[in-house]
Structure formats: structure tokens, C-alpha cells
Write a protein that binds this ligand. Structure first.
Ligand SMILES: [Zn+2]
Length: 104
């Protein structure tokens, strides 16, 4: 019973399954509780993941173009800059428009 509830929230128990009519070359994963096929998010030769990457890249470029209008970016490097940025943030000493980019 609890296994079925876990499946409702996406916690499946994936086990290998081979279709005996086709053979081992087509082995995929199925849930031992509910029988659902595991979706493939990264199929060979591209697929859903490729589209996701393109949409994410588009969103990132639109965000980066709008960034200067609401964030003042400060650039730093190394652990001392990271520590300073962290202290500035946790003590609320940073101005609301301040954003940090730190190369480590
Ligand atoms: Zn399941």
C-alpha cells in the first residue's frame, strides 16, 4: 500500500525489464510497484533534453540581458572575496541591488 503512495509522488522502484519477444537489446526500466515505464530524458542522439537545453539557454540570455537594470554586479576572485560576499549577505549589509560573481 505505501509503495503505491510512493509512486503517486514519483518515488518509483525502477528495475530492469527485458521484453522477451524482442530480447536484451531493448532492456529498459519499469517500476516494480505500479508497472510504469521509466521515461527517458536523455535518449541517444538527442531528444527531450536537447529541447530543454535550448529553452534554458534562451531563458538565460533573456535574463542576462535584463540583469543590468536591476542588479549591480561586483566581480571578485578567491576565498577572501567569497568570504566577504558571504558576510555581506548574511549580515544584510549588502545593498538590495548587489550581486556577486566570484571566480574560485
Ligand atoms: Zn511506481
Amino acid at each position: 500500500m505505501f509503495g503505491r503512495l510512493a509512486c503517486l509522488i514519483g518515488r518509483h522502484r525502477w528495475v530492469p525489464f527485458t521484453n522477451p519477444e524482442v530480447g536484451a537489446a531493448t532492456q529498459n526500466l519499469v517500476c516494480s510497484r505500479c508497472g510504469r515505464d521509466k521515461p527517458e530524458f536523455d535518449p541517444p542522439g538527442g531528444g527531450q533534453a536537447t529541447g530543454l537545453d535550448a529553452r534554458f539557454a534562451g531563458s538565460w540570455h533573456r535574463f542576462a540581458a535584463a540583469l543590468p537594470s536591476f542588479v549591480d554586479v561586483t566581480v571578485g576572485s578567491g576565498p577572501p572575496a567569497l568570504r566577504a560576499a558571504w558576510l555581506e549577505t548574511v549580515t544584510a549589509a549588502a545593498a538590495p541591488r548587489t550581486g556577486h560573481v566570484i571566480a574560485l
